[in-house]
Design a protein around this ligand. Sequence first.
Ligand code: AMP
Length: 407
Amino acid sequence: MRVLVINCGSSSIKYQLLDMKDERPLAKGLLERIGIAGSKLTHKKDDMKLTFERDIADHTEGLSWIISILTSKEDGVIKDVSEIQAVGHRVVHGGELFASSVLIDDRVIKEIEANSFLAPLHNPPNIEGILAAKKILPETPQVGVFDTAFHQSMEEKAYLYAIPRKYYKQYKVRRYGFHGTSHRYVAARTAQIMGKPLKDLKIITVHIGNGASIAAVKFGRSIDTSMGFTPLEGLVMGTRSGDLDPAIVLFLQEQESLSIREVNNLLNKESGMLGLTEGKFSDMRDIEERAIQGDNLCKVAHDVYEYRIAKYIGAYVAAMNGVDAITFTAGVGENSPHLRENVVNKYLGYLGITLDNEKNSKRGQEVFISTPESRTAVLVVPTNEELVIARDTREIVEKGIRELSMF
Ligand code: AMP
């Protein structure tokens, strides 16, 4: 089966076509600037990278263009559109309605729409992508895979905030958590690499990219995660603050006469590593390079970043009453030996971890970075959300089921 995986943003479509016989990506790419002059498509197949430019008005036109390239004689990888046997969509917010991946029908589209108030920037473009695919491939089954679904296994004690309960009832204000597809993949892969059943392991998955979150995965179920009602909570991120005293928001609003939009922008776009480095850097590569050279601003920003990760690891060891493995993933987690070394060597000695420095120097590879004698295993597992989306899509379509049973 060939599955087209689609991830739609407000002005972008990220795609990957996978051949599920060997789970190999045949082609992948990114269309940017939809609805803005100078739309650009970057298309990769094998080792070739091609770029195209053309004005694209909306997601339907964009997806048509992508499919015409996938099927084109010169740059394509399939002969005919009928070779796409299923479409898997990344959907950001499934709210409390979706605890697993589902076959998309009109009712599901309505339910995703109903969750849009929880993710007003993300769910509407996800729906645009679904409607575009329905229009272009009306006979092809489509599946929705939700970022929040994996964390629906959290208990009330982990997902409720201590604010008047009526707000949970009225507005569904609670912890949802995000990056669920990544945490799920990485935890399962960690168990496979360790050669142990997932249901026997306590794993902490540390997804640190531009966005960052951490999850406590106990016996295969997410029992807690650092992102909350929105992706703003938790770890320090590229431009997001992560945890802070909520009273700071009130204080700054009053002092600086900030509007809701301005505060939102401040915490999501101007904070995190960018804020800590006085607006200079949000990319971890820039910060690490300067921190190592002795730039104090970057060094302190890095200290704050790694300290927050270490505190969450400690909290999740407590939440699970132990830990068997800690796994790093995403841009920073996969590629920064410096960060991993600092977190482990400065803060995790009590877990009986010794780092294998040679193995820790690797980037972007599946590898144990702890020594075999370590009481707790530490690994790096490159995440692969597209593969999870494609696998769920194949399973639902092949089995002819409406919904995947996740737990
Ligand atoms: P992601 O959102 O998963 O694509 O991750 C993006 C983040 O990964 C950016 O902050 C990058 O700076 C960071 N990153 C990528 N490569 C490296 C590297 N070699 N060392 C440190 N950080 C990296």
